[in-house]
Design a protein around this ligand. Structure first.
Ligand code: ZN
Length: 439
């Protein structure tokens, strides 16, 4: 016993994601100072290493924490508020009126706290968020201890949060200044969508993203109507317009990207953009089927997003993995489209790569942050288990997540405990807002 680590996690299987498709039997992940320092056979680790904390996970997969590449965390407060409507009616009749009455810093803080708790418990250790009051979302994420990229949201029209595009940017940048030193919190520029942002505001967003080296997080080509409207208004499809404005680049994360022609795919590939695929939201709002196999074939980086709880209605990346794999098959009539390991890659390293964080998170490799998730495959519904990667996508669910670590700190322990926040307090917050909406 000559080495003392902070954490030793002995797992039945370790799935590092990088290299792709690898499953390590009976391996141990060693963590010190928040980072992964080694991965070795448990038989070697048990005799040689000691740690302040040891986890024995005899029926479990240890994998990288999941990366939710697109969400609106605060919308957890509107979960199930309006269902079974297409995007524009859902926005115009339900979501925007509710937001204009109720959105405040307190709303965003409380909704984001509920979302962070839900995500952590389901194995999500990083989220890419877009909503009003980013300063309040950042505070909730920091409290919960989830890694987050907080969107500096901008649109043209006034809301209770901001009066115009410049005001959105000013407020978002102030939030970034305030939270810049919090290690788990980062920022992105988040112009809402081509149909809510002007050419002039896109130019400002681009200048800021370049100056501050931030990702650009934007909804694109979600519905067929969005494309028809853009052709009428601008004479161009939305992606062609963004290309003309200079926005397409390796830092651009295009959310949804459902309706794409060959030229759109060529634009995304040529500019090395990435895509946040949100299969459940696309199905629920009947937006369509994103051509993920073609995007992967073109070398485009793809991650998975839940979207907000008002259009999903779960922040559950296990569900997104399964839906991504199934939807690709039914959309292409090819059962080999998006196999299990590709879905797992999208939910982890693919998302990290899109955020420009692939050197720090998204896989279990020495030197990376210890953002990890353990999934218990010991239950009756998970047996037998011939291939744990297949089980993660087609069998297990977030209810099987037993442990979660962010930066080497335990956030979920034996599936029941979420550290730092009490369940009773979260339930009280949800009920206060439900009562307010009811009035
Ligand atoms: Zn969205």
């Amino acid at each position: 016993m000559n080495e003392i680590a902070d954490l030793l996690i002995h797992a039945r299987w370790v799935i590092p994601v990088q290299p792709a498709g690898v499953v390590l039997d009976d391996h141990t992940v060693v963590v010190s100072k928040g980072r992964i320092t080694d991965i070795l056979p448990s038989a070697d680790a048990r005799g040689r290493l000691a740690a302040r904390k040891v986890f024995d996970l005899p029926d479990h997969v240890l994998m990288p924490g999941l990366v939710n590449l697109h969400t609106h965390a605060a919308m957890n407060l509107m979960r199930g508020l309006a269902d079974d409507l297409p995007l524009m009616r859902w926005l115009q009749e339900a979501i925007w009126p509710t937001e204009s009455r109720h959105v405040s810093a307190a709303f965003v803080h409380d909704g984001s706290l509920l979302a962070a708790a839900e995500m952590l418990r389901g194995g999500i250790t990083t989220c890419n968020d877009m909503y009003f009051h980013p300063e309040a979302a950042a505070e909730a994420f920091a409290t919960a201890g989830i890694r987050a990229v907080v969107g500096i949201v901008m649109l043209e029209f006034p809301t209770p949060y901001a009066s115009d595009a410049d005001d959105y940017l000013r407020k978002g940048l102030a939030a970034r200044d305030r939270w810049q030193r919090e290690p788990l919190i980062e920022f992105a520029i988040a112009p809402h969508a081509p149909y809510t942002v002007s050419d002039r505001s896109f130019a400002r967003a681009l200048a800021l993203a370049e100056e501050l080296e931030l990702p650009i997080h934007i909804h694109v080509h979600e519905t067929a109507g969005e494309i028809a409207d853009s052709i009428t208004t601008h004479g161009l499809r939305p992606l062609a317009r963004l290309a003309r404005l200079g926005l397409l680049g390796e830092n651009l994360i295009g959310v949804h990207a459902v309706h794409l022609d060959d030229a759109d795919i060529e634009l995304l590939a040529r500019h090395n953009c990435s895509v946040a695929h949100c299969p459940t939201s696309n199905m629920k709002l009947a937006s369509g089927i994103a051509p993920i196999p073609r995007l992967l074939e073109a070398g485009i980086r793809v991650g998975l997003g839940t979207d907000g709880a008002a259009s999903n209605n779960r922040l559950d990346l296990f569900q997104e993995m399964r839906h991504a794999a199934l939807l690709a098959k039914v959309g292409s009539l090819d059962a080999s489209a998006v196999p299990a390991h590709a879905a797992l890659h999208m939910a982890t390293l693919g998302g990290a790569d899109a955020l420009g964080m692939a050197d720090r998170i998204g896989s279990i490799e020495p030197g990376k942050a210890a953002d990890l998730c353990a999934v218990d495959l010991g239950g009756l519904h998970c047996r037998p288990c011939f291939d744990p990667i297949s089980h993660l996508v087609y069998v297990a669910g977030r209810e099987n997540v037993s442990h979660v670590w962010v930066n080497g700190e335990t956030r979920v322990d034996k599936g029941v405990q979420l550290l730092h926040i009490r369940d009773s307090e979260l339930l009280r917050i949800a009920s206060v807002w439900q009562t307010r909406f009811g009035n």
